[in-house]
Design a protein around this ligand. Sequence first.
Ligand SMILES: *Cc1c(COP(=O)(O)O)cnc(C)c1O
Length: 362
Amino acid sequence: MPVHRIYNFSAGPAVLPVEVLEEAQRDLVALPGVGMSVMEISHRSKTFDEIIQRAEADFRTLGNVPDSYKVLFLQGGASLQFSAVPLNLLAEGRSADYIVTGDWSKKALKEAKKVGATRVAATTEEGGFRRIPSQQELQLDSGAAYVHMTSNNTIFGTEFKYVPETGDVPLVCDASSNIFSRPIDVTKFGLIYAGAQKNLGPSGVTVVVIREDLLERSSDALPSMLNYRVQAGAGSLYNTPPTFGIYILGLVLRWLIRQGGLEAMAAVNDRKAGKLYAELDRSGFWRPHAEPESRSAMNVTFRLPSEELEKLFVKEATAAGFDGLKGHRSVGGLRASIYNAFPEAGIDALVEFMREFERRHG
Ligand SMILES: *Cc1c(COP(=O)(O)O)cnc(C)c1O
């Protein structure tokens, strides 16, 4: 029986490739050749070992991750990394620089402050986080333990189009909402982390990519679960990992490879976002939140002339089969999250709906 899927613009957990869901469904009760569900087998079994090894290998292939970096599959979401990063990398007597471009950066900074000294290298809060600061605006401390950035601001709909130059200071990036949406030069970063539930898979898995030399900073005094050196030494199997999440993540990575990899994803993502922004720019009716040169290809944020119209838009859109378009409460308005797995046909359908909405209410 054909299954009806609506267009899911949720910011996260978010849409997954339908092929991945179908494959997981087909193999749910018994993995081929195994006779048990992936949820029922030991994380120390040969079968699971193959699953996690393949996920890591595919992640490395897609992201062109050098051998000098560890790839970890952890739990606790990106939010636990807000604490883990300073706990591991911020030694006593040192300070960390934070580039503040939205709510998630602010939350990362808040947790770091509990651990040690911090500085704000730049903030674009004034004006409502509508833009990304330029390299020239960054006031970097050359003695900092690390610089922290958020590559895509899920709530405000802005995205870095460049990788900040931080000299010898390791750059740490929360890439939760745009990881693998386009090619990434891992060598420019000391550490990259991302909750999986936006672009990589289901909630419950967090990917951490860390340059090996940074593992030396992790003190033995840290709780083992929060210690990158312990987690890396155990190959992400220090305790029971989120086995089902890693399995699905592996299927998503294979799907990305089948799509042609990250260059191909970038082309599709630019085309998808381009169509939506073109519609937002077409008339004064729509009011895009982000400044043009800082616009995110993953989260498209916009407002309408009144809150009444915004409410009506969400209501009519929901009735028409477009879910999750209500903006985050801190920005208001509307947000279309269009991650890797969001189908281009859904963009075309939304644009058509928007034209019709404007014709009736503009
Ligand atoms: C969603 C999100 C988070 C929070 O992720 P959790 O996995 O829920 O902790 C952090 N940073 C960014 C950029 C996000 O989009």
